[in-house]
Write a protein that binds this ligand. Structure first.
Ligand code: CTP
Length: 404
């Protein structure tokens, strides 16, 4: 899994630096391209020449060396890396990065990178167990950093306990698993809201206005997003469908309920997919007593519900991606493009609900995916799960392109 991967190995200063040399060799043998950064203390244990020879790349240890005037070294290396590995990670480097300190080549590069970071700590057992170190490691976990636990055993300082740098072959193995799980879960750490199903707008205790939406399309999107690693909140109107336990489900009835459920989660979400068929109107008056029939016709007055998607489009931040649906019976693409622009969306999924194998209740759909960059993907009739997979592919590409 790590063959061809660009690995930036940050070596901080502890006796386990000698193992980092073996790690460099094993990574190169596994086909990775390795560049090494060293702290000043790391150089007390092993010389940069060892790492340069093993990695066949220049070793960087000074933020201000700047040997290549065409680039700023720490930014260039931060952008270059597919994965950053800190091994060994001392208590000092863990403390510095947990607190955003950037005072050398390793720490400035770490602040500048958006690549995933894997940390392999190594230190005395009491240092490892110290509340300050434990707190700093927890902080790094909240940044999305992944840890390769140190081994237990004889420590160079004479103690026996937890703190030995994991063996180089174990680190290579765990990195390989890390890459595999990231590649199969491209939406890991992304928070997604999916809305699904119809809404019901009450007239009286026995009657309501609704539509034919089954929720199947939205539920399929939620399942596929969860499978791809996303943290999914499914805001569902009344439907008999069930969702996997990994999906957080919020049940709503009316358009107003859906509005509040979505707005509550919106600010902290990365992606919002509004597949629900929200009522555009609700009865102006609803009664707690059953309405009795009268002679002659019944005339009801309706009022507009809030357009949730429109409001999200106004509130949207540059790092958020907003996806809407346009279920139409005619002039599908023209209406969809108009909605995409009016509601400030990134993507719109247009479907002609009158087409065979498309629309409400059925297990298949036939959609066209359109993006704000005028990309247009016309899909054939597919199962709703396959449609969901195609939609997620477009979203993942957009996220990668925009660096969202
Ligand atoms: N939508 C919404 N809130 C509403 C109505 C619709 O968030 N009150 C969302 C739907 O979830 C869908 C998109 O808006 O993603 C398109 O819904 P639609 O009702 O077709 O669009 P409208 O803009 O209301 O257009 P029209 O009624 O003219 O077709």
């Amino acid at each position: 899994m790590i063959s061809g991967k660009k690995i930036l190995l940050c070596v901080s200063g502890g006796i386990a630096v000698y193992k980092a040399a073996a790690l460099t060799s094993k990574l190169v043998q596994a086909g990775a391209v390795v560049k090494v950064l060293m702290s000043q203390s790391a150089k007390q244990f092993v010389t940069p020449l060892t790492f340069q020879t093993l990695s066949r790349n220049e070793v960087h240890d000074d933020t201000f060396a700047e040997n290549n005037p065409k680039v700023v070294a720490h930014i260039d290396l931060a952008d270059w890396a597919d994965i950053v590995v800190i091994a060994p990670a001392t208590a000092n480097i863990i403390g510095k990065i947990a607190n955003g300190i950037a005072d050398d080549m390793i720490t400035t590069t770490l602040l500048a990178t958006v690549a995933p970071v894997v940390v392999a700590p190594a230190m005395n057992v009491h240092m490892y167990e110290h509340p300050a170190v434990q707190k700093n490691m927890k902080t790094l976990q909240t940044f999305g950093y992944t840890f390769i636990e140190p081994d237990e055993g004889f420590l160079a300082c004479g103690y026996v306990g937890k703190g030995r740098l994991a063996e180089p072959e174990d680190i290579v193995q765990q990195l390989s698993e890390f890459v595999k799980s990231r590649e199969s879960k491209p939406l890991l750490h992304k928070k997604i809201i999916v809305t699904a199903g119809p809404t019901q707008e009450k007239l009286d205790p026995v009657r309501f206005f609704t539509n034919h939406s089954s929720g199947k399309m939205g539920f399929a999107i939620a399942e596929v997003a969860a499978r791809l690693g996303a943290d999914v909140t499914l805001v569902a109107g009344p439907t008999s469908l069930s969702a996997s336990p990994t999906i957080r489900r919020v049940n709503v009835t009316t358009a107003e309920d859906m509005y509040h459920a979505v707005i509550d989660e919106f600010a902290t979400s990365d992606i919002i997919i509004k597949s629900a068929a929200v009522a555009d109107y609700r009865p102006k008056q609803s009664d707690d007593k059953k309405m009795k029939k009268q002679t002659g016709p019944l005339i009801l007055e309706f009022e507009r519900t809030k357009d949730i998607l429109q409001e999200l489009g106004q509130r949207k931040q540059p790092n958020q991606l907003l996806v809407g649906f346009a279920a139409e019976t005619n002039d599908v693409e023209a209406y969809a493009i108009e909605k995409l622009e009016r509601k400030n969306l990134d993507v719109i999924i247009a479907n002609d609900i009158t087409a065979p194998g498309a629309g409400f209740q059925v297990d298949t759909n036939r959609v066209t995916i359109m993006t704000k960059d005028k990309e247009k993907i016309v899909l054939p009739q597919l199962s709703k799960t396959e449609v969901a997979e195609e939609i997620m592919k477009v979203i993942i590409d957009l996220m990668a392109g925009d660096n969202k």
